[in-house]
Design a protein around this ligand. Structure first.
Ligand code: GAR
Length: 205
């Protein structure tokens, strides 16, 4: 049976679109039950509407602190029977209630613990990789805890860095890998194959 997802975003929503498309193609056993955006002008909201998915805006700037903002986000999510929360370019800190431990995923466009933490998102990550002269970067899908880019790692995929890469060309190859890795991790969850033991993910058959 398909699991129910809440997708949280702040921007263009290409990650949401990929999940919608993969589910529609039948290779991901999940349905997007709701979308919550922390920005009212996020294009991801338009993608949700086009797909007929209920979408809510909880503007981060309307709240004084992460706690009150997070309470408002969870109030939206709790309107639906959600199995897994999927962060999809969600740029605000979310306080996680214990009942959602190991039930929130994030995709990070690098191999954690490299190139992660506060301020490391989107193009900043790829610029940092190129500035250092790293030869390999990649994609990490992980469960989210109450620290930036932390929590048990579910899967990682490497991406080679080319000498003539720009942040844009590197981002394109990393995002192509994200588009495969994120649905793959969600599908493992849907199949009940992920367990977390001592903070480490084990993938069952
Ligand atoms: C994704 O490429 C993801 O790697 C990155 O934001 C992008 C969102 O794109 N996430 C992070 O950097 C998390 N630290 P989207 O808004 O089009 O889905």
């Amino acid at each position: 049976m398909a699991i129910n997802l809440a997708v949280l975003l702040s921007g263009s929503g290409t990650t949401l679109q990929n999940i919608l498309d993969t589910a529609a193609a039948g290779t991901l056993d999940a349905r997007v039950s709701c979308v919550v955006s922390s920005r009212e002008n996020a294009y991801g909201l338009e993608r949700a509407r086009k797909a007929g998915v209920p979408a809510a805006v909880v503007p981060r700037k309307s709240y004084d602190d992460p706690g009150s903002f997070s309470d408002a986000v969870w109030a939206e999510i709790d309107k639906y029977p959600v199995d897994l929360v999927v962060l999809a370019g969600f740029m605000s800190l979310l306080v996680i209630p214990p009942r959602f431990e190991n039930r929130i995923m994030n995709v990070h466009p690098a191999l954690i613990p490299a190139f992660c933490g506060k301020g490391m998102y989107g193009a900043h990550v790829h610029t940092a990789v190129l500035d250092l002269g790293a030869k390999v970067t990649g994609v990490t899908v992980h469960f989210v805890d109450n620290e930036y880019d932390n929590g048990p790692i579910i899967l990682q995929r490497p991406v080679s860095v080319a000498e003539d890469d720009t942040p844009e060309t590197l981002a394109a190859r990393v995002q192509a890998e994200e588009r495969k890795a994120y649905p793959a991790a969600i599908q493992l969850f849907a199949e009940g194959r992920i367990t977390v033991v001592d903070g480490r993910v084990r993938i069952g058959r």
